[in-house]
Design a protein around this ligand. Structure first.
Ligand SMILES: NC(=O)c1ccc[n+]([C@@H]2O[C@H](COP(=O)([O-])OP(=O)(O)OC[C@H]3O[C@@H](n4cnc5c(N)ncnc54)[C@H](O)[C@@H]3O)[C@@H](O)[C@H]2O)c1
Length: 434
């Protein structure tokens, strides 16, 4: 029985996709004593993991190395190893294509692999974020081709991932987990498994509810960030109202208000992508998700807004924009991490580059990045470097930065994160140029 294997820690866990989601989970299951096999198509990642080298900032290499050495974690590109796993968690990407439609190819490919070696008493958990009905209408039909019956022979559940990279307070173990199994038994076994390594588990009645919960959470953030970005634009238009002061004042209300902050746009693999999964699915039901489309429009416009503000700030301070040198600070999509995926800072770089004489960047967590086909390296951060530019544009407010040094040495600052105090040479997003 699977429950007995789980209870005695004799169950082997398989993780398909060893990225920001898969690797931290592998660490926790291995640390709890489950032999854990990670399967990934990226041979370099697999080699790194087997050498105990982490590429995810939340995972310490020393911790990984210890678990690899004790043989609790092993990575491989050989999907046939999944036959040895009693529990398989799918943590592969769920991107969108150029038309902003869901691309479930990695999930489908993983399901095909699992189907090839599916056996009795295996529990399959989909963790990748996706639209409601994926588990039952995409994954289940593939697995059912094995001839085995869900809820009887094998178990299937959707458990959305809520990890927040860089968050020091909440990680895999203390973030509650939502579980929606295809049958009651599926939910019960998935819940039993999760309880071995997370503090709080919240079962729901179906995979569809669990899938919808995750998209609601991310859409909620997307919509609220868009709302505050619109307020920031209006404050600039009206002049004399500082959005940061307004948010901080609103925050004194002890109920009914939750602060969100403006910025150069939204980034990462989740917030800008997941709502599109839902709006695509909603069309099948003749339903238009107006909030999702509206907030995407506002958030995707922010990099353009920030570039226009920078050009205006340069002009106001007497620098001809097409002769200006600009330094961008912070390229990752949020503070204190290295993840560049869908970072609005990349968009700012792309739009600003043809409009000024020179753009360079610095990010303490990103040594180099690709601008189209061009490889661009981070400059050094120093007093001398700051003085070389006509403007310094703060895009991500990493804690690493010495903001006093920036204020003292930059000729002009455009601050999209409220990272520095107001000053004569500072132009803040959400505060009009007077
Ligand atoms: N990154 C986050 O903060 C976060 C948070 C919550 C949910 N999610 C969701 O979790 C899922 C995974 O995201 P991620 O950030 O870990 O992605 P990632 O790109 O960091 O990692 C995915 C891994 O899967 C591998 N992979 C791709 N196709 C594969 C296949 N067919 N078989 C095996 N491995 C394959 C890739 O090589 C990569 O190592 C996505 O659906 C994402 O939306 C991500």
């Amino acid at each position: 029985m699977l429950k007995n294997l789980i209870k005695s820690k004799k169950a082997t866990v398989g993780i398909v996709g060893l990225g920001y989601v898969g690797l931290p989970i592998a660490i926790e299951t291995a640390a709890k004593g489950f032999k854990t096999i990670g399967v990934d198509i990226d041979g370099d990642r697999v080699k790194k993991i087997n050498r105990g080298v982490s590429f995810i900032s939340d995972v310490e290499s020393s911790n990984l190395k210890k678990l690899v050495r004790k043989r609790y974690i092993k990575a491989t590109t050989d999907q046939r190893q999944l036959r040895h796993c009693d529990i398989i968690m799918i943590c592969v990407p769920t991107p969108i294509n150029e038309n902003k439609e869901p691309d479930l190819e990695p999930v489908i490919k993983s399901a095909e692999w699992i189907k090839n070696t599916l056996r009795r008493e295996q529990l399959i958990i989909l963790k990748s974020t996706t639209y409601p009905e994926t588990t039952e209408k995409v994954l289940l039909p593939i697995l059912a081709r094995s001839g085995l019956k869900v809820g009887h022979d094998f178990y299937l559940a959707f458990c959305p991932e809520r990890i927040d990279p860089g968050n020091k307070r909440y990680g895999v173990v203390n973030t509650p987990v939502i579980i929606g199994g295809v049958t009651r038994k599926c939910t019960s076994i998935a819940t039993f498994f999760y309880k071995q390594f997370v503090h709080h588990v919240h079962p729901v009645s179906s995979p569809r509810s669990a899938e919808m919960t995750k998209i609601l959470e991310n859409t909620f953030r997307n919509v609220n960030i868009a709302l505050v970005n619109e307020f920031a634009q209006l404050c600039e238009r009206m002049g004399g109202i500082d959005i940061w002061e307004v948010i901080s004042a609103a925050q004194t209300k002890p109920f009914g208000f939750m602060p969100f902050f403006p910025g150069p746009g939204v980034g990462g693999h989740c917030i800008p992508i997941d709502p599109y999964y839902l709006s695509w699915k909603a069309r099948e039901y003749d339903f238009h998700t107006v909030f999702i489309e509206l907030s995407a429009r506002i958030n995707e416009d922010m990099p353009y807004f920030v570039v226009n503000k920078t050009i205006e700030a340069l002009s106001q301070s007497g620098v001809c924009p097409n002769k200006a040198k600009v330094l961008l600070l912070g390229m990752a999509f949020k503070k204190d991490i290295s993840d560049l995926r869908h970072s609005p800072a990349l968009k700012v770089l792309e739009i600003l580059e043809p409009r000024v004489a020179l753009v360079k960047y610095h990010d303490p967590h990103v040594d180099e990045l690709m601008l189209g086909k061009k490889r661009v390296k981070s400059v050094k951060f120093s007093r001398r470097e700051l003085k070389k530019y006509d403007a310094v544009l703060i895009l991500t407010d990493h804690s690493w930065y010495d903001y006093d040094l920036i204020v003292k040495n930059a000729r002009l600052i455009v601050d999209t994160r409220n990272a520095v105090q107001d000053g004569p040479n500072t132009y803040k997003l959400g505060v009009g140029i007077q």
